[in-house]
Write a protein that binds this ligand. Structure first.
Ligand code: ATP
Ligand code: MG
Length: 447
């Protein structure tokens, strides 16, 4: 719209002024008075309107945010009986939006009448002064009519121009925000020509890795070194907030290490082609996230061409086959947004199956067995063993029973590795591990 009008309007305006002056010079001074007057009026209204439109957009944002939060958090709101407070919070956001909308609306409402008033005054002025000229024989009636039409064209151009101009403040606010998104420098930059193959398979190495979240003062991980080779199971245990999830997130490059290197199959993750790297990793995130669709579409998320047999096999291993079979639609059972029509444990097992379908070389389980009962947990791990002989497995867990069979257990405390060894070794000589064990198992069980 802007581009079309931006070409048309100046041509119309200059052309009409030129033609009008050719008709008659004596009324030229009317242009000199009316056009600046029109621009002045437009200027005043526009300068009042722009800040209001900016605020309008920001408040619309707030309102959307509040509403979205309330819809996603509706269960929490209900459980805490906070409806009145939430209603008030929405009310405040809504009032603020109404307030600024009304203000912007008022300026908008004055705008067109003001324009029309000036245009009509202009025609009265032309007829008045032109009439006298016609009366005294200095001007033809035809010339007067022509002059009037040209003047109207000029005025209309200005009005149309301002109409476009009025969209500018709103558009510029929107453009700023698009610009902000597009202008954000990703902290994780894919390499120009990424490595796509490696002779090694199923090897994960951390070499002196430090990590600090952007803007944080303290590092979350410091001096992490570990090697997990093919067929090995590495476990990471540590108190909540120790940095376990962060450690796993460095492997698929959700973040890049601030110092040191993370190597997958002997190649720095930063050098890997993102797709090739992704195909080697199977991450089961701490918060099992399912997409809306069906169980089938979710399982195929990592491998589009997975066969029916592969899907069922993955479900068997993940101990999810029983409950999927019990569903009337089986694999075609619907999954609602966020997967909330399944229990936490079912979601977790489906997320595990999703990673298994992919047959990756490096499995990353982030506390993925936490929602399973001990028996299911044990069965799952037993079924996982033969699946992962060709892969390396990293299990993050809080429960000692989940990780006691791991080849190497790393004890993470406050972002540092404070213990390394098998269950028996750590139990004998690591204080932090002993504390964790003591808090969970009876002495007899631990032994
Ligand atoms: N996106 C983030 N931005 C800033 N700090 C973060 C972010 N994610 C985590 N942290 C901080 O990093 C630390 C480690 O978090 P992390 O999620 O790795 O812990 P965790 O060991 O997985 O804990 P849990 O057992 O509860 O899952 C925490 O202190 C947390 O506050
Ligand atoms: Mg975590």
């Amino acid at each position: 719209m802007l581009c079309g009008m931006a070409v048309q309007i100046p041509i119309m305006m200059v052309g009409a002024v030129f033609m009008a002056l050719r008709q008659d010079r004596q009324l030229a001074w009317l242009f000199a008075v009316l056009i600046p007057l029109l621009f002045l009026a437009v200027g005043i209204v526009a300068t009042r309107m722009i800040p209001n439109f900016r605020k309008l957009q920001a408040r619309l944002d707030t309102l959307n945010r509040v509403l979205r939060e309330q819809i996603t958090g509706i269960r929490v709101v209900r459980a805490f009986v906070r409806e009145p407070r939430e209603r008030a919070r929405f009310g405040t956001a809504n009032d603020e939006l109404t307030d600024v909308s009304v203000r912007a609306g008022r300026w908008l409402a004055t705008f067109f009448p003001l324009m029309l008033m000036i245009v009509n005054i202009a025609s009265v002025a032309v007829i008045w002064f032109g009439g006298h000229l016609v009366n005294s024989g200095q001007m033809q009636v035809g010339a007067l009519t022509a002059f009037l039409s040209y003047l109207m064209q000029v005025m209309m151009s200005v009005m149309m121009g301002t109409f476009v101009f009025m969209q500018v403040p709103r558009s510029s606010v929107c453009a700023d925000r698009i610009e902000e998104v597009l202008g954000t420098e990703p902290s994780v930059v894919p390499p120009a020509a990424g490595v796509a193959t490696s002779a090694l398979r199923g090897e994960l190495t951390f070499d002196g890795v430090d990590f600090t979240y952007p803007g944080a003062e303290q590092p979350v991980l410091s001096e992490i070194s570990l090697t997990a080779s093919r067929g090995q199971t590495i476990a990471v245990i540590g108190s909540t907030g120790a940095g376990k999830s962060t450690l796993l997130n460095l492997v698929p490059r959700l973040f890049d290490a601030t110092a040191g290197t993370v190597l997958v199959d002997g190649v720095d993750v930063r050098a890997w082609d993102p797709e090739a790297l992704g195909s080697r990793l199977g991450l089961v995130p701490q918060k099992a996230f399912l997409f809306s669709g069906t169980i089938r579409s979710n399982l195929r998320y990592g491998k589009d061409d997975a066969t029916e047999a592969e899907l069922w096999h993955a479900l068997e291993v993940a101990q999810a086959a029983d409950f999927v079979r019990a569903l009337e639609e089986g694999l075609d059972a619907p999954v609602v947004q966020g997967g909330t029509n399944f229990s936490g444990g079912q979601r977790q097992r489906l997320a595990i199956a999703r990673a298994l379908v992919r047959r990756p070389e490096i499995y990353l389980f982030d506390d993925s067995f936490s929602a399973l009962d001990l028996a299911t947990d044990a069965r799952l791990r037993a079924a996982l063993k033969p699946e992962t002989v060709d892969a390396c497995v990293v299990i993050v867990a809080q429960r000692v029973s989940t990780i006691r069979d791991a080849d190497v257990i790393l004890v993470l405390d406050d972002g540092r590795i404070v213990g390394r060894g098998t269950h028996v070794e750590l139990l004998a000589g690591n204080e932090t591990y002993q504390e964790i064990v003591a808090s969970q198992l009876s002495a007899e069980e631990a032994a």
